[in-house]
Design a protein around this ligand. Structure first.
Ligand code: ARG
Length: 464
C-alpha cells in the first residue's frame, strides 16, 4: 500500500521502487513501530481525533500484528512494502478497515522513524552494556585465577618490564569499563522523545507529547521539531562508542594472536576458537581473533560513512537519512558478535605458566631495577641509566644476564654495588617494587581486582 499516491499520475519505476524501499532493512523496527503507533493512537484519542471505539480497534489491530510477528518471524521476510511504517499501516487497515486510516493524523514517517529508532537503540545499548560486563567478568575471572603469573610487559613490542598477567588483563577491563560509561552517555542522549514533531514543523493537532513521553518510557522531550526529525547524532554517538569498543577488542585480539604464537607462547587458545589449514596439517590458526580484528575495520567504516552521510545535509529530513539504519544495524550486529566471541576466547584460553616464566627470565627486563638500585644508593638517575646501559652492553657481549654478573665485576663498574644488588635484580623485586597506586605490585593488583569486582556489580542502566 502506498501512503502517498494521490498526487501521482504515472506508475513508479520498478528499478526506483526497489531502490527506494527500505522494508528489507527497517523491518527490524517493527515492534518499536507498533509500540510508537499504539501510544500515538492514545494521544490522538485524547486530542479528540479518535473515538474510544476507533482507539480500541487500532489497539486490537496493532496487537494482532505484533502477535503474528512474534509467532511467525518468517512472515516479514515474505512481505514487500516500502518501509516498516507503511507495512504496519497497511496491515492495520487490512484488519480493521477505515479507522486505520486515521492513525497517521498529524504524524509523519519522519518523526515516526525517529521514535522507532530511539526506542530500538535504547534497548540495544543496554544489551551491549550487558555484553561488555560479561566480557569484563571473563577477564576478571581469568585474572583472579592467575594472580601469581608474571609475563613480560612490552613497549614497542620489545620486552620492557615484567608485569602480573592479572595487571595486563585489568588494563582491558579498564578500557571496557570506559566503553560501558560511554554507552551510558549515549543512552542518555538517545533517551529523548521526538514523536509529535510531524514532518518538520511540529504536529498540527493538540497531541499531548508529555503523555507520549511517559507512555514510551523516555526521560525527555525533543525541544525542536526540525532538529528532532533530522538528528542522527545519538546514532553517531553509538557507532562512535562502538568503534572504540572494537578498537579495544582489536588490540586485545592482536595481543592474544601474538601471545599465543609459539614465539611468545604464554597463552594457548582453545581448539574451540581456532581453525586449521587445508594444506598445512600442523596449523592451528587464531581465526576468531583475526576476525575480531578485521571486523573492527567494518565498524570504523560505518562511523566514517555515518559522518559523511550527515555532512552537508540541509535541514530537515532528507531521504539520505534512510541509509542510517543499515549502518546502525550492521554496527550493532558486528559489535554483539565480537563481544560474544571475545568472551568465548577468554573463557576457554589456557595460560602456559612455564612459558610465561621462561619469557620473563632473560632480555634484561630488570635493567630499570638495577638503575633504581643505584638511585637508592644515592646516584642521580640519569647517571645510573648511563652506567646500567654500559653494564647491559658488557653482559650482552658475554651472553649473560644481569643476575649472572658477579659482585666483584659489579664493583668494577661502581663502588655503590653491594651484595643486595641480587635482591634488586630478582623478579619478585621487579614486580613488587612498582607499588604505587595503579602499579603492577601484587598488593596493588589484589586491590585492583577487588575494586574491579565491586565495579562489576554496579551499573547505571538497569541490566536487562
Ligand atoms: N523509511 C524512511 C527512513 O528510514 C522513513 C521516513 C520517510 N519519510 C519520507 N518523507 N520519505 O528514513
Amino acid at each position: 500500500m502506498k501512503t502517498w499516491g494521490g498526487r501521482f499520475t504515472e506508475q513508479i519505476d520498478a528499478v526506483f521502487e526497489r531502490f527506494n524501499n527500505s522494508f528489507g532493512i527497517d523491518q527490524r523496527l517493527i515492534l518499536e513501530d507498533i509500540e510508537g503507533s499504539a501510544a500515538y493512537a492514545n494521544a490522538l484519542a485524547k486530542a479528540g481525533i479518535l473515538s474510544q471505539e476507533e482507539l480500541k480497534q487500532i489497539g486490537k489491530g496493532l496487537a494482532e500484528i505484533k502477535k503474528r510477528v512474534e509467532k511467525e518471524p518468517e512472515w516479514l521476510a515474505r512481505q514487500s512494502e516500502e518501509d516498516v511504517h507503511s507495512f504496519v499501516e497497511a496491515r492495520l487497515v487490512e484488519s480493521i478497515g477505515d479507522a486505520g486510516f486515521k492513525l497517521h493524523t498529524g504524524r509523519s514517517r519522519n518523526d515516526q522513524v525517529a521514535v522507532d529508532t530511539r526506542l530500538y537503540l535504547k534497548r540495544a545499548i543496554i544489551h551491549a552494556q550487558v555484553q561488555l560486563k560479561s566480557l569484563n567478568r571473563e577477564l576478571l575471572n581469568l585474572a583472579k585465577s592467575h594472580q601469581d603469573v608474571v609475563i613480560p610487559g612490552y613497549t614497542h613490542l620489545r620486552k620492557a618490564q615484567p608485569i602480573l598477567f592479572a595487571h595486563y588483563l585489568l588494563a582491558y577491563f579498564e578500557m571496557f569499563q570506559r566503553d560501558h560509561d560511554r554507552l551510558e552517555d549515549c543512552f542518555r542522549r538517545t533517551d529523548v522523545m521526538p514523536l509529535g514533531s510531524g514532518a518538520l514543523a511540529g504536529n498540527g493537532f493538540p497531541i499531548d507529547r508529555e503523555l507520549l513521553r511517559i507512555e514510551l518510557g523516555f526521560s525527555q522531550l525533543t525541544r525542536n521539531s526540525l532538529d528532532a526529525v533530522s538528528d542522527r547524532d545519538y546514532q553517531v554517538d553509538f557507532v562512535s562508542a562502538a568503534s572504540l569498543v572494537m578498537v579495544h577488542l582489536s588490540r586485545l585480539a592482536e595481543d592474544l594472536i601474538l601471545y599465543s604464537a609459539p614465539e611468545f607462547g604464554f597463552v594457548e587458545l582453545s581448539d574451540a576458537v581456532t581453525s586449521g589449514s587445508s594444506i598445512m596439517p600442523q596449523k592451528k590458526n587464531p581465526d576468531s581473533l583475526e576476525l575480531i580484528r578485521g571486523k573492527s575495520a567494518r565498524v570504523i567504516g560505518n562511523l566514517t560513512s555515518f559522518l559523511s552521510l550527515l555532512k552537508g545535509l540541509p535541514l530537515a529530513y532528507n531521504k539520505d537519512l534512510q541509509e542510517d539504519k543499515e549502518l546502525l544495524f550492521d554496527t550493532l550486529d558486528t559489535l554483539t558478535d565480537c563481544l560474544l566471541v571475545a568472551q568465548v576466547v577468554i573463557r576457554t584460553m589456557k595460560i602456559d605458566r612455564s612459558a610465561a616464566s621462561r619469557a620473563v627470565q632473560g632480555d634484561f627486563m630488570n635493567a630499570t631495577d638495577l638503575a633504581d638500585y643505584l638511585v637508592r644508593k644515592g646516584l642521580a638517575f640519569r647517571r645510573a641509566h648511563e652506567l646500567v646501559g654500559k653494564i647491559v652492553l658488557h653482559c650482552e657481549s658475554r651472553s649473560i644476564q644481569l643476575q649472572e654478573l658477579s659482585l666483584t665485576e659489579y664493583q668494577k663498574f661502581s663502588s655503590l654495588f653491594g651484595d643486595d644488588v641480587f635482591i634488586a635484580l630478582s623478579l619478585e623485586n621487579s614486580v613488587g617494587a612498582r607499588s604505587v597506586a595503579g602499579g603492577t605490585a601484587p598488593a596493588r593488583v589484589a586491590e585492583a581486582l577487588e575494586q574491579a569486582e565491586r565495579s562489576l556489580g554496579k551499573g547505571g542502566v538497569p541490566l536487562g
